[in-house]
Design a protein around this ligand. Structure first.
Ligand SMILES: *[C@@H]1O[C@H](CO)[C@@H](O)[C@H](O)[C@H]1NC(C)=O
Ligand SMILES: *[C@@H]1O[C@H](CO)[C@@H](O)[C@H](O)[C@H]1NC(C)=O
Length: 563
């Protein structure tokens, strides 16, 4: 039966390979919340896998439109695997009528950005002479046509680069941050997009901060803002940022937000490498990851346990891979984001800015698109985050029973077996084995007697059936709790590792001491709860392997797959 089913699925895929590429997860909007999950109308989890698209700098035009047609950019967003855009806007776009009504051309003219005008004229001629607010709406509509969800993010008040403690945009009562004007702006924006189905949420205000910030005003105004948005547009998720640049929501623990409505509240948090200065380079990565992740749980991560969705609405790294602080942080971040299966928005889509902080055409090394917005800046980065673009678990998705996958953040891959007889290696998480990890510390392939077993240091890890020895017990060790460690029969401790061909091996445990010069990333793993089924993906795998290994018979592939 099993092999019959998998062979018919395989045949289907062989005959209609294009079906796979175009299959889109059906979701019915609007979204709402069910405990810590964001769900669609049918109650199925929708994981926000967004990218930030900037439209809040001085020109108040979505970046990149001088480089590529907006429809091309939207399509590129989809092919990179994102399902949503966090689209920024400055408050004055909607509260200052003379700003809202100047045209795109006039906006660039007043800034002397003539090259951008020429670029928009050739790539997006339809918006060059429309008002700034119409241009913003045009981008939202282009995203909708491409089935990309949109979250409107009120990034600041006065157009320009964000954020500093003293820029007048940081907290209620600051020079440019009049709470009443803000409520007016939120109401107008929510009204303007009422009925635009793919606008699924509103981030009420980005990165609250500065000398005026305090918890009482946070509740006073954020609750007011939330009510205003909800009454103007009851369909959108209402997304609230914390204090201290959206790093701190710890106060919610003892004092819930009081709202007249339910099922729409989401919290957002930001987490970068530089949030902790240079700690990642100057410290030992295991210790820093342990400390910073614990801090994150205390300041925002606890919210998922309290039954609120937590949206990491900004994270990101220098994609050239040359910033050691960023690189080390990302390995830790991806581990936490996978383990908690968080919703997120990457900073940023932007390949380059029209004008940022006085620099014309600034190259954005944190951007997934390159300078000309025509290609991805670093395809290996996209591959790395792709495991986090689909949900591991959540309501309406349980295709299989809850199990663990062994996720490897530094590659974005999971521990898999290509076929039953092949050694364990890293591969797409969609093809992951289902593991169980029980109190006896064994890692067993679910539905079998096979457990993960360490051999000599430096050799391949095997699957064995005698699972009571110490070399079949695996503990998550070090401050980071990201090393999977076992003891050989001779008493030596070793750690799970990955060799240059992506095979799973054991080696002596790295960077457990205070050393700050070493990088343990190849040995960092997370055991992630998952209910993802892999059957469909298995067929993919075999589809590929037929071409990789033309000598292998078609049928024998099927047989192996059905074990
Ligand atoms: C409104 O926008 C215009 C055009 O950018 C600007 O000159 C003016 O100072 C703005 N007014 C306020 C109150 O921000
Ligand atoms: C992409 O990122 C990887 C990993 O950080 C890095 O090694 C590589 O050099 C980057 N490639 C480009 C083209 O920047």
């Amino acid at each position: 039966m099993g092999s019959f089913i998998s062979s018919s699925i395989l045949l289907l895929f062989l005959l209609f390979p294009t079906i796979i590429q175009h299959a889109k997860p059906a979701m019915s909007l609007p979204l709402s919340t069910n405990s810590r999950w964001i769900v669609d109308e049918e109650g199925r989890r929708v994981k926000l896998a967004c990218v930030n698209w900037v439209s809040h700098l001085e020109p108040v035009v979505a970046e990149g439109l001088s480089k590529q047609p907006m429809d091309m950019i939207a399509k590129r967003i989809v092919t990179m695997g994102f399902n949503c855009v966090r689209f920024t806007w400055p408050l004055f776009l909607i509260t200052n009528d003379s700003l809202a009504s100047i045209t795109v051309r006039q906006s660039f003219q007043r800034l002397g950005l003539l090259e951008s005008i020429a670029g928009i004229q050739s790539n997006n001629p339809s918006i060059i002479d429309v008002s700034l607010i119409k241009a913003y709406q045009a981008v939202v509509s282009s995203l909708g046509k491409n089935d990309v969800m949109v979250i409107l993010d009120n990034h600041l008040s006065k157009p320009g680069w964000c954020c500093s403690n003293f820029d007048g945009n940081g907290f209620f009562g600051d020079q440019y941050f009049n709470p009443d004007l803000w409520i007016t702006g939120l109401t107008r924006m929510a009204t303007l997009f009422n009925g635009v189905t793919h606008v699924v949420g509103m981030s009420l205000r980005n990165e609250l901060r500065g000398p005026k910030q305090n918890v009482n005003d946070w509740y006073r105004y954020m609750q007011k803002g939330a009510e205003a948005v909800h009454s103007a547009n009851p369909d959108v998720l209402v997304i609230l940022s914390g204090l201290s640049y959206d790093s701190d929501l710890s106060f919610i623990q003892n004092r819930p937000v009081q709202l007249s409505f339910s099922g729409k509240l989401v919290f957002e948090v930001h987490w970068y490498g530089f949030s902790d200065g240079q700690a990642w380079v100057t410290g030992n990565p295991n210790q820093v990851c342990g400390r910073v992740a614990k801090d994150m749980m205390r300041r925002s991560g606890f919210l998922v346990d309290q039954g609120y969705p937590l949206f990491v609405s900004e994270y990101g790294v220098d994609q050239r891979g040359t910033n050691v602080n960023d690189n080390r942080y990302l390995n830790c971040f991806l581990g936490v984001a996978a383990e908690l299966d968080l919703d997120w928005a990457l900073w940023t889509l932007v390949g380059s800015y029209y004008l940022r902080e006085g620099v014309i055409g600034l190259n954005e090394y944190y951007g997934v698109l390159n300078y000309n917005w025509c290609e991805t800046r670093n395809s290996s980065f996209i591959e790395r985050i792709s495991a986090l673009q689909s949900p591991f678990r959540g309501p309406g998705l349980s295709e299989t029973k809850l199990h663990k996958v062994i996720f490897h953040p530094s590659t974005g891959l999971c521990v898999i077996r290509k076929s039953f007889l092949d050694p364990l290696c890293l591969g797409p998480c969609a093809d992951s084995e289902s593991w169980s990890y029980s109190s006896d510390k064994t890692l067993v392939v679910k539905g079998t007697y096979f457990c993960l077993q360490a051999d000599e240091s430096g050799t391949l890890v095997k699957l064995g059936i005698f699972c009571s020895d110490s070399n079949s017990k695996w503990e998550m060790i070090a401050d980071s709790k990201m090393h999977l460690s076992s003891k050989l029969r001779n008493g030596k401790s070793i750690c799970l590792d990955v060799d240059s061909s992506n095979a799973i091996v054991t080696n002596s445990c790295k960077c457990i001491s205070k050393d700050n010069t070493c990088d343990p990333a190849s040995q960092w793993f997370k055991l992630v709860d998952s209910t993802r089924s892999r059957s469909e993906e298995r067929s993919f795998l075999h589809f590929d392997s037929i071409f990789d290994l033309p000598g292998k018979g078609f049928l024998s592939n099927l047989m192996v797959g059905s074990i």
